[in-house]
Design a protein around this ligand. Structure first.
Ligand code: RUQ
Ligand code: CUA
Length: 662
């Protein structure tokens, strides 16, 4: 959400009545009809019809909900460390959070993009953006784990990201803040914004087989703020549409200074053309620095590499690649309908929703129906590209999703409602209040060529009185509406984790059948794995002590360890020997100043521990795994620095030295 609270007040002052209404809609109590409970009831042991992947905003995570029940199934750590799973704490996962700025254990995750084939969700991967330290992550939907993170150079705030093309050719990343380019002298006065600050949009290619990402090219753009984006589809495949604000290119008090002009822009990028220029060698190589982190499913380990080059195409110099469409007042959402013909732009401060036509845009380009140029880029005439406007739809339109019957659903932050309108006739056909101040909304398959319809889910920015109070902070609120009939019907409220921005839902059957149950022990290539109790051991290498430990119901091997001295670093490499679904073992040691490990069946993970005092330290399994889970424990002895206690270890031996000397 790009609104400051001040802006909210500003708008509220301008529309006082609406403001009041948005905070206290009438009929809150009676908004739910009698059969709502039956519609969301998923009986115990039954499955939900959809998975919904919900961004966690400032929690840096993504959560997975069942729809229609609203049940939370999983929190997937993406950009943030997660002590529950040891993500970002284990030696194997730490490199995932590496960046050119060092280890960055947090980000602000806004948008979700499910992979597509032929414009239809294929259930392979889900992508997400890191807004603060510009990054894109890919989560593998076999394991529901973050598999890859790539940093975006020449970017300051990766907000219009990661929107995906029809065949997952690219996920894109537009910079929210324009900044001096990474290879230039960034030490410039901020008020030289207009001459020194630039924007970029990055096209990150996705490998068809592995999903691996690569920055294919960046396009140098005028120094505006890029906000959101959507790929063309069907007839508009090959184009990407970005909304931008601050065409004033203000560098201070944007709330006022970036709202001067009557119109900002939708920027249309012909990426097929960009590919041609790239092939023809029209790109400039730039030296930059960005991290590229990949998790290897066989080695159970991540690697982080700092890449040093990107190819940049200049929108000013390369003709017929970028066009601008004027768009009323600070556009936020920019959404394309399932046919790819209509581009819906939502001006946060506009009183109408302009709907642009891709066909008309093509004609306007062919006929050069320009009204001028903006920073060397042709600006198309508004009327020449406009299909029509949705009149008086509401206040503060933000985002639009589509169903399978030719309707669009637009969220209105200020008037706090979802408005349903007919994409062809542009007539408003229904509206429902949201509680309160909706941001994004989501129809299953809503951004694709094949929406599944059935529901629209509101992701609200303000919760107020919807739940039992929990002090100054309340859980953010999502609301589920049925869109099966002519009228939208509120069915359910459910809380979310962090601040939800975008969410995308997909039929469960597209994912559940591929879900991985275990890591096969014979495929475990972690260099520190102990693939059986007989390989369990403790080895000293200088001041490093490596513990190759196994876990299986209900013991660790070894569970008695001696010979560690002050000044040592102990690496616990835990291999979970189980080969049963849902049988993780945990590992925690007293005083460890990071987190536990939660090790999946067949997996190896490592916890580094630097003891800071002499004594006996218990360790134990943190996941209640069997009737004898409480017995799944052990001891490690730490001796003074100069001590002559030798390394020894064992399980089930009373004389551990005997084991060590074997
Ligand atoms: S934003 S509430 Cu960060 Cu997607 Cu529109
Ligand atoms: Cu293993 Cu509890």
């Amino acid at each position: 959400m790009n609104f400051s609270f001040k802006r909210l007040l500003l708008v509220a002052v301008a529309f006082p009545i609406v403001w009041l209404q948005s905070c206290k809609p009438k009929g809150t109590q009676s908004a739910v009809s009698g059969d709502a409970a039956a519609k969301v009831y998923v009986a115990p042991g039954k499955y939900d019809e959809f998975y919904s992947f919900v961004s966690g905003g400032f929690s840096g995570q993504m959560s997975v909900y069942g729809i229609p029940s609203g049940r939370l199934f999983r929190v997937i750590p993406v950009f943030s460390v997660d002590p529950e799973k040891g993500y970002g704490y284990s030696e194997e996962t730490k490199p995932m959070l590496n960046t050119s700025h060092g280890f960055v254990p947090w980000d602000d995750l806004h948008h979700i993009a499910l992979s597509e084939t032929d414009g239809i969700q294929d259930g392979r991967w889900v992508f997400a953006n890191g807004n603060n330290t510009p990054r894109i992550a890919r989560v593998d939907l076999k394991t529901f784990r973050t598999a890859e993170i790539i940093e975006i150079p020449n970017s300051g705030g990766n907000h219009s990201s990661p929107f995906i093309t029809e065949n997952s050719e690219y996920v894109i990343a537009g910079t929210r803040f324009s900044i001096p380019m990474d290879n230039s002298n960034g030490d410039v006065p901020i008020n030289t914004y207009k001459s020194n600050f630039k924007g970029t949009v990055s096209f990150v290619s996705v490998d068809k087989t592995t999903g691996n990402m690569k920055i294919a090219f960046q396009i140098l753009m005028p120094g505006v703020n890029f906000d959101l984006a959507r790929a063309g589809k069907g007839k508009s495949h090959g184009w990407m549409f970005f909304s931008c604000y601050n065409s004033e290119r203000a560098n201070t008090l944007l709330e006022v200074n970036a709202s001067q002009k009557d119109k900002d822009f939708i920027i249309a990028v012909n990426w097929k053309k960009a590919e041609e220029y790239l092939k023809a060698g029209k790109g400039q190589k730039q030296s930059v620095k960005y991290a590229h982190n990949i998790y290897d499913e066989k080695k159970h380990s991540a690697t982080s590499v700092i890449e040093t080059e990107v190819t940049v195409l200049d929108s000013k110099e390369l003709a017929d690649m970028v066009y601008m469409i004027p768009c009323p007042k600070s556009p936020h959402g920019c959404d394309t309908d399932p046919t790819g013909e209509y581009i819906v732009a939502s001006g946060k401060l506009a009183a109408t929703i302009p709907v642009f036509s891709f066909t008309k845009m093509q004609q306007a380009i062919a006929n050069k129906t320009f009204e001028g140029e903006y920073e060397g880029i042709p600006v198309l005439k508004y009327d020449a590209v406009l299909y029509g406007e949705v009149k008086k739809p509401g206040l503060g339109p933000l985002h639009t999703e589509f169903d399978d019957k030719g309707f669009a659903y637009t969220s209105f932050f200020v008037s706090s409602e979802i408005v349903k309108w007919n994409v062809k006739t542009l007539e408003v056909v229904d509206r429902v209040p949201t509680y309160y101040s909706i941001g994004h909304l989501s129809v299953p398959g809503g951004p694709t060529r094949k929406p599944w319809g059935k529901y629209v889910i509101a992701y609200n920015k303000i919760t107020k009185d919807r739940y039992l109070p929990t002090g100054p902070e309340l859980a953010q609120s999502a609301q589920l509406y049925s869109i099966e009939g002519d009228k939208m019907k509120l069915l359910l409220d459910f809380p979310t984790i962090g601040e939800p921005h975008y969410a995308e839902a997909i039929p469960a059957e597209l994912i559940m059948k591929n879900s991985q149950k275990i890591y096969k022990i014979e495929e475990n290539q972690n260099q520190f794995a102990a693939l059986g109790d007989k390989f369990a051991r403790v080895e000293r290498k200088g001041n490093e002590v490596h513990v190759y430990m196994t876990s299986i119901r209900s013991h660790f091997t070894p569970d008695n360890i001696e010979g560690v001295k002050m000044g040592d670093i102990v690496y616990f490499h835990i291999t979970n020997l189980e080969q049963d679904w849902d049988m993780p073992h945990g590992f925690a040691v007293k005083g460890a100043n990071n987190a536990e490990l939660l090790v999946m069946p067949g997996e190896t993970q490592t916890l580094a521990w630097k003891p800071e005092r002499v004594g006996i330290f218990p360790f134990y399994c943190t996941d209640f795994c069997s009737a004898l889970h409480q017995e799944m424990q052990g001891y490690i002895r730490v001796s003074p620095a100069g001590s002559n206690v030798q390394i020894s270890f064992g399980t089930g031996k009373t004389d551990s030295t005997a084991v060590a000397n074997k």
